[in-house]
Design a binder for this molecule. Structure first.
Ligand SMILES: *[C@@H]1O[C@H](CO)[C@@H](O)[C@H](O)[C@H]1NC(C)=O
Ligand SMILES: *[C@@H]1O[C@H](CO)[C@@H](O)[C@H](O)[C@H]1NC(C)=O
Ligand SMILES: *[C@@H]1O[C@H](CO)[C@@H](O)[C@H](O)[C@H]1NC(C)=O
Ligand SMILES: *[C@@H]1O[C@H](CO)[C@@H](O)[C@H](O)[C@H]1NC(C)=O
Ligand SMILES: *[C@@H]1O[C@H](CO)[C@@H](O)[C@H](O)[C@H]1NC(C)=O
Ligand SMILES: *[C@@H]1O[C@H](CO)[C@@H](O)[C@H](O)[C@H]1NC(C)=O
Ligand SMILES: *[C@@H]1O[C@H](CO)[C@@H](O)[C@H](O)[C@H]1NC(C)=O
Length: 446
């Protein structure tokens, strides 16, 4: 103990002596008396400190400006902000993502006004633990909401959304963009005993085989409240609807992926809390257009992390192909690697690869929003939901994006809206270039 103190004391003394000497010699301007090396080192040190603080401060100011900007909700839709100095600093994908807000008038004018915005009859997308249970994963739910919205509009009804199972509030993650689909107070806490002004339409795992001739008005009936559930969003069927040729004419000039992205953006936008988190994540990890974000979504389906998933979608034996793909796509330290996965094993294995130092992570639990373990608490599930929505929106910002046989990353690719750097991981582990338009064909979902 004493020895240690002595050593430290003597070294402190030595430092003090040389420091005093330096000050003195500088004061006297007697260069010869000084150690030239010390002066040199100090000079280098001073320049480095100045240089670093300049950049650090610049970054702090830019981040601060961006955060202040993004937390001001009224500015999100202000078109003048594209001139802001930091926007040209972004890659085209991240820039396009921010156009989500910027393009609001375009989205609004492309599609006519909602017919049922003021109506007292409703189509309500509902997921609960009773009659409306088993709604599928996050992407299934989003697709169901989008279909419910189209049907509400075609029948002149008001569109609302209720996710009641395990009580995570969707508006903590996504908020309305152009359509106010929030329903803070249920019209019916339970649907076990169906009131006579209430109907239920359940289209889970069903195609509207006869949609082109389906009379939606007679389908929804005269009931004031129609609770609706499906896990599909079939643009080709909407496009073929003879009875609604005029109402859905806006789709005709668009491809199915563009229609999907347009409806998604019309209904939803990230909650400002997640938006701020996302922008600062991107700012930290890929601050310049020279930086590339290389992303993969690996959906295994049933695996030890999600043992209750309904099907196996890929095999761990194929993971080496994903790692090879990432290695090929991320050759320099300007490349950052983001991995969204439904299996902890995948994440752990990624941490063992040659690109491990380039991985940028969004930590959090991996839990399927429907097929969660029995012991999962509400807080676990909500954290997992938070992570799913955040990760999915990171994917929309990637320079290279490899998607899986999964609605989550397919939707991300549609909203990202570019074929550039887009790849599909097939179910046999092969990775092929794909386009937003041929994704469904690639996975035989067309
Ligand atoms: C928020 O944005 C509005 C509209 O651009 C602007 O007038 C206002 O000053 C901003 N508020 C803050 C706190 O930056
Ligand atoms: C809703 O219906 C109106 C009127 O028919 C139509 O102009 C508009 O494009 C429809 N919106 C959607 C999302 O289909
Ligand atoms: C529906 O139920 C209410 C009471 O719950 C009753 O007053 C009304 O007559 C019923 N309407 C029809 C059409 O059965
Ligand atoms: C269309 O299909 C739905 C569900 O499959 C069915 O309930 C309905 O009766 C059919 N309508 C027509 C006009 O065939
Ligand atoms: C659709 O059904 C409603 C109510 O059943 C009916 O009034 C309407 O005429 C039908 N529309 C067509 C085009 O058949
Ligand atoms: C990581 O690599 C080490 C050494 O090759 C191996 O022992 C370990 O099992 C690997 N871990 C994973 C999760 O693949
Ligand atoms: C995987 O499937 C694709 C398309 O079905 C096929 O072209 C490819 O050869 C398959 N790859 C392997 C390794 O089986």
């Amino acid at each position: 103990m004493l020895k240690v103190q002595l050593i430290s004391k003597s070294s402190t003394n030595r430092f003090q002596t040389s420091f005093t000497k330096l000050i003195l010699c500088n004061a006297k301007m007697n260069v010869k008396a000084c150690s030239m090396t010390t002066v040199f080192i100090l000079l280098i040190g001073a320049v480095t400190v100045l240089y670093c603080s300049f950049w650090a401060l610049q970054e702090v100011f830019a981040t601060d400006k961006l955060l202040r900007f993004l937390t001001n909700a009224s500015r999100l839709f202000d078109t003048s902000w594209e001139d802001e100095t930091y926007v040209p600093l972004m890659s085209r994908h991240r820039r396009r993502f921010l156009m989500w807000y910027f393009a609001r008038p375009d989205i609004a004018s492309l599609i006519g006004p909602d017919t049922g915005a003021e109506a007292t009859q409703y189509v309500i997308y509902r997921c609960d633990t009773g009659r409306m249970s088993t709604c599928g994963g996050w992407a299934d739910r989003i697709k169901g909401m989008m279909t419910a919205y189209i049907i509400a509009n075609l029948t002149g009804r008001n569109f609302k959304v209720e996710l009641l199972a395990k009580g995570c509030d969707i508006t903590e993650y996504l908020i309305p963009n152009l359509v106010d689909w929030r329903l803070p107070v249920s019209f019916h806490k339970s649907l076990q005993k169906l009131p006579n002004d209430t109907g239920i339409i359940n289209f889970m795992n069903q195609r509207f085989a006869n949609f082109s001739e389906l009379n939606l008005t007679s389908l929804t009936g005269a009931e004031r409240f129609v609770y609706f559930k499906t896990n599909t969003f079939h643009v080709d069927l909407f496009k073929s609807a003879i009875l609604f040729e005029h109402e859905l004419s806006w789709m005709r000039s668009l491809t199915h992926d563009q229609v999907t992205a347009t409806v998604y953006k019309r209904l939803f936008v990230l909650h400002p809390r997640l938006q701020v988190k996302l922008q600062s994540f991107l700012f930290r990890t890929v601050p310049t257009p020279q930086h590339k974000l290389v992303c993969v979504h690996v959906r295994m389906g049933q695996n030890p992390t999600i043992p209750r998933d309904s099907e196996i979608r890929n095999s761990p034996e194929n993971l080496f192909r994903v790692w090879e793909f990432i290695e090929e796509q991320s050759k320099t330290d300007f490349h950052k690697v983001f991995i969204m996965a439904d299996s902890m094993q995948t994440i752990d294995e990624a941490g063992n690869q040659s690109f491990k130092s380039r991985i940028v992570e969004n930590p959090g639990p991996i839990i399927h929003v429907e097929r969660y373990p029995h012991e999962a608490t509400k807080s676990d599930i909500c954290q997992a939901e938070d992570k799913i929505v955040f990760d999915q929106h990171v994917l929309m910002n990637c320079d290279i994006l490899m998607i899986s046989y999964s609605g989550l990353s397919q939707m991300a690719a549609f909203v990202r809206g570019s074929d550039h750097g887009l790849y599909c991981l097939l179910r046999n582990g092969t990775i092929v270039p794909c386009t937003t338009e041929n994704i469904l064909t690639v996975y035989n979902q067309g």
